[in-house]
Design a protein. Structure first.
Length: 139
C-alpha cells in the first residue's frame, strides 16, 4: 500500500474496492499455496535448516514427510497457476499486481527445491517469461 501511495501511476494493490479485494484474494492464495509450499519443502529438507524447520527462537526438527508434502503442494500450485493464467493475462486480471510479484517469487524460489515449471504448463511459462522480462525483475 505504501508504494501505491508514493507511486500511484504504478498501482499494485488496486484502485477500487472491488479490484483491491480481487488482488488481495490472489495475493493471499499466492502466499499460502506458493511461498508457503516452497518454504515447507525447503525448511524441512535443506541441510542449512537442520533443527530450524520453523522460524522463531525454538528449535524444531525437520520432518521429511513435510518436505515431500511441500513438494506435492508446489506441483499442485504450478498446475493451478497454469489453469488460472489460461483465462487471464495476469493473476488478478489484465494488469500486473502484487499477486504476480508473489507468484513470480514463488516460482523462482521453487528452483531451490529443484521444482520447475512443467513443460506442459504453457500459460504459466508465457506469464513467467513476461514477468521475468520486466525491468524490475531484471534489476
Amino acid at each position: 500500500m505504501y508504494l501505491d501511495e508514493v507511486f500511484p501511476e504504478s498501482n499494485l494493490t488496486g484502485t477500487s474496492p472491488q479490484e483491491r479485494a480481487v488482488i488481495a484474494m490472489w495475493q493471499r492464495d499466492m502466499d499460502l499455496n506458493g511461498l508457503l509450499a516452497v518454504a515447507e519443502c525447503f525448511r524441512n529438507s535443506s541441510k542449512g535448516f537442520r533443527n530450524r524447520a520453523l522460524t522463531g527462537a525454538v528449535d524444531y526438527e525437520q520432518i521429511p514427510e513435510l518436505a515431500e508434502r511441500g513438494r506435492r503442494r508446489v506441483r499442485t500450485f504450478f498446475t493451478d497457476l497454469d489453469c488460472r493464467l489460461a483465462d487471464s493475462e495476469y493473476l488478478a486480471g489484465g494488469r500486473f499486481t502484487v499477486a504476480d510479484i508473489t507468484a513470480f517469487v514463488s516460482v523462482e524460489f521453487a528452483r531451490a527445491i529443484k521444482e520447475y515449471v512443467p513443460d506442459g504448463a504453457i500459460h504459466l511459462k508465457r506469464w513467467r517469461d513476461a514477468v521475468a522480462a520486466r525491468p524490475s525483475a531484471l534489476a
